[in-house]
Design a protein around this ligand. Structure first.
Ligand SMILES: Nc1ncnc2c1ncn2[C@@H]1O[C@H](COP(=O)(O)OP(=O)(O)OP(=O)(O)O)[C@@H](O)[C@H]1O
Ligand SMILES: Nc1ncnc2c1ncn2[C@@H]1O[C@H](COP(=O)(O)OP(=O)(O)OP(=O)(O)O)[C@@H](O)[C@H]1O
Ligand SMILES: [Mg+2]
Ligand SMILES: [Mg+2]
Lengths: 465, 465
């Protein structure tokens, strides 16, 4: 009577695609563009190259309904030939299941766009990619949604020319509604340019309009690095897996080798405090001993905090530059907070506060949100930054009136793990440590704006006499 | 350099468990309780039995940190012995991947609680279940998180006594924080009782307090039924799968057999309008013909709307009764809207509006939200109901002042598919059709309250003279 069955990850996310940003044709176009652009930005930064990304969205008249050809080309790392079918045809497959600041996390985004294109138009995705070696790989793929496997419809290998090309071109056909999403799409490009001033992006829209977002610098910020887990982020399962795969023969060596910033002195202190034998073979630990060890690691507060040099923030200078370029304010100030952590993950909050000039006066503060340099354009009122700006900060205290003053707040959070609330990366959870850092940053900025405004008002008053 | 790999669904949801409601120990206790209780309610209703559910949360002193034993017992359908390991040990496995109004949808909830318990305490889940036949099955399971498979630690088969027992007992150990979650947990039980007055629930909390939520009726509402997909909800992938598995030899027969409420006359009209050959073998359709057929099905507006008899709403009477019992208001009115649809899925909105009496005056309207009889207690301001109540309804028009009048709004949405925004079932998307129905229902209720209040004010004024 009851039908028990398993469904594959592709079947699951196909059924629940609205939970990952594919709610309707207008939103699907936006989400597809953002997922491909974020893949391209990650790919270029991964090899230290200033990204060149070209996007085109062209109406395809061969369908009775509104169908677009979306093409995204980048000069990034490319993908090795043998991985291309899985990278674009197997949900949960990817290269970003690591502890590193990147835009990608889930192994889902690009493939959801491909899947959506396939279920609305039945057309295979077309991929051309090279890692800059002698070959260029070309594929046309479909996703076997039931089995979560790629179906290779066509595969060609071409000789790479001279000079060698390196990068990726991806093209899908999908049902869309550009009229309803164009404003958000252009805003996405603008804000991406703001947070990634070393990237150059072009966008050709269905009306034939070419948007160009020129780079203002070729200098990339220091790239992010992968790190080992921090003891404060550990749980029994992670610990068990580490023990199963370690070659370390002593507990002391195991801790030093497997954890982030755990050195000899700290390890000895830790082992002493919890009466653990440094020479114990980790493989000999019983399940309940592993539980106790996880608890001890989580609660030992003498471990050094996570090393934030693995992170890649924007920096106050670049943040001010981006705000000036896009918003043209009368006044702008930026703060980069010292690194902090939540649940063992390092993060840095950067905030800019801008006033006047080109900032619109809308009766409320205009909020720009970024996470690992990705612009977040939806669900503003569910986001931790919105909560801080509209419910925590007492603007009156700084003689600022959000209802009358033209104010913009820009918040950027970078981390080895952004606490998104949704798989569509739409808004960020109000983790107490993150909320506190955003609050402190905005208070400092508000104080500076307050000083500017009171100085400005004194000068204006003086002029009246 | 880049490490390409696939991760299993269990590995994926383990890594991203905060996205499915396992954010911290306090929230994890809440989510575990709700997922098990919702499973038990589904199980009893599936066999037409008034649910008896007994929950206990007891502190386990055998750990250095805050660990609880959570036990949930029900008189529901039970699970056949051979399916138990997969139902509780394989993520995305379940019996609810169907088009039917149920609380469960994803094949994820119960197992996430089990997984969380395992990674915080390393203890296996203990399950005892019988479908009411000669045997009672007992298992202790762990989840192999890497492979997404159950690990059977222990298995026993017992003779079922006389009279035969039927139901399920599930017990996990998990790290928790009851002090921070007790208020929400008790509220969850209260609101579950409100929306499920035929269910009897007991809860023993860590302080030894017994909470009993007695049933007010044994009469179950008509149970929900599984339906075939409606043509308006179809896409190329669904259509392709239907064609691959059908035995129908003609297109005409295929449409009538596979779709919800598609009869002979409507099918003939449809085939004629789109110049399709009724005798065509569906297996012979080319991919582009399937795309055209999907488009035609979505856009043919002469199909009958989905049959709402598959749904199981509360009903105005039961809704008023539940509100009176829990909130003790001075005035309450309820409206059940006619069935409607979004994207081919039928839904019914039911609203109650209560005033005065036991309703607290908090300066804003108190909102109670239910989806398929599940109370939603988080992320209120992101929910479509909150948007309607606080941003769409013009309360002044009804001479109601939300800031001064003690008002409660209760919204219940039932559907074969609730458009949750998150996999943690926290809040509902503002689909235009759903937003419109909630708005209309509240306006009708507001008009009735307005009449009551103006009558009341006239009477009071008359008394002053
Ligand atoms: N333009 C590209 N250049 C190089 N590699 C790419 C590109 N696009 C995708 N990839 C590779 O394909 C993988 C899968 O991409 P996909 O977008 O599906 O998931 P993801 O980026 O890993 O995670 P997320 O779901 O968070 O986007 C990536 O991890 C990356 O290795
Ligand atoms: N108490 C119970 N009685 C009978 N069957 C149950 C019970 N609990 C779970 N099951 C079975 O186990 C399956 C898996 O439950 P699980 O909670 O993991 O997913 P689900 O309920 O199908 O979906 P969701 O993730 O939305 O809760 C269910 O589909 C149901 O068949
Ligand atoms: Mg991606
Ligand atoms: Mg469930």
């Amino acid at each position: 009577r009851q039908e028990f069955r398993e469904i594959s990850p592709s079947e699951f996310f196909y059924r629940h695609r609205e939970i990952v940003g594919f709610t309707n044709p207008a939103r699907a176009v936006y989400t597809s563009i953002r997922e491909f652009v974020e893949n391209s930005l990650d790919a270029a930064e991964s090899i230290g190259v200033p990204p060149d990304i070209h996007v085109s969205l062209i109406r395809d008249e061969g369908f009775e309904f509104e169908v677009y050809r979306l093409r995204v080309e980048d000069n990034g790392s490319g993908i090795p030939g043998e991985y291309i079918p899985y990278a674009f045809g197997k949900i949960l497959y990817g290269s970003k299941h690591t502890l590193k600041q990147m835009r990608g996390i889930f192994g889902l985004g690009g493939k959801m766009a491909i899947l959506y294109g396939q279920i609305t138009t039945n057309r295979p995705v077309h991929i051309i990619s090279s890692i800059g070696d002698r070959y260029i790989y070309e594929y046309r793929l479909l996703i076997d949604i039931e089995k979560n496997n790629p179906i290779i419809v066509e595969r060609n290998v071409h000789r790479n020319g001279s000079p060698r090309w390196r990068g990726t071109i991806i093209e899908i056909f999908l049902e869309g509604d550009y009229q309803r999403s164009s404003i958000k799409i252009i805003e996405y490009f603008k804000e991406t340019a703001m947070a990634n001033p070393y990237a150059e992006l072009t966008f050709i829209d269905p009306y034939g309009i070419l948007y160009t977002f020129m780079r203002s610098t070729r200098r990339l910020p220091a790239s992010s690095r992968e790190v080992k887990p921090h003891p404060h982020g550990v749980d029994v399962e992670t610990l068990r897996k580490m023990i199963n795969s370690t070659n370390c023969k002593t507990l002391r060596e195991f801790l030093i080798e497997n954890f982030h910033r755990v050195g000899e002195a700290t390890t000895d202190k830790f082992l002493k405090k919890y009466s653990l034998d440094p020479a114990r073979d980790p493989a000999s630990l019983t399940p309940s001993e592993i539980v106790d060890l996880a608890y001890a690691l989580k609660n030992f507060d003498e471990f050094l905090p996570p090393d934030p040099s693995c992170l890649s923030p924007l920096g106050e200078e670049l943040l001010v530059e981006g705000v000036k370029k896009e918003l043209n304010p009368e006044f702008v100030t930026a703060i980069q907070r010292k690194p902090s952590t939540y649940s063992g993950y390092p993060f840095i909050v950067e905030v800019a506060l801008a006033y006047g000039g080109g900032i619109p006066q809308t009766g409320r503060i205009t909020l720009y949100r970024f996470a690992n340099k990705i612009p977040l354009l939806y669900d503003e009122s569910s986001d931790v930054s919105w909560k801080v700006v509209n419910q925590i900060i007492d603007w009156k205290h700084y003689k600022i009136d959000p209802a009358k003053d033209p104010i913009a707040v820009i918040v950027h959070i970078c981390s080895t793990r952004i606490p998104y609330r949704t798989l569509g990366k739409e808004f960020i959870a109000d983790r107490p440590e993150i909320e506190a850092e955003i609050t402190r940053a905005i208070r400092i900025a508000a104080r500076r704006l307050s000083e500017y405004l009171s100085h400005k008002r004194r000068v204006e008053k003086a002029r009246e006499y």
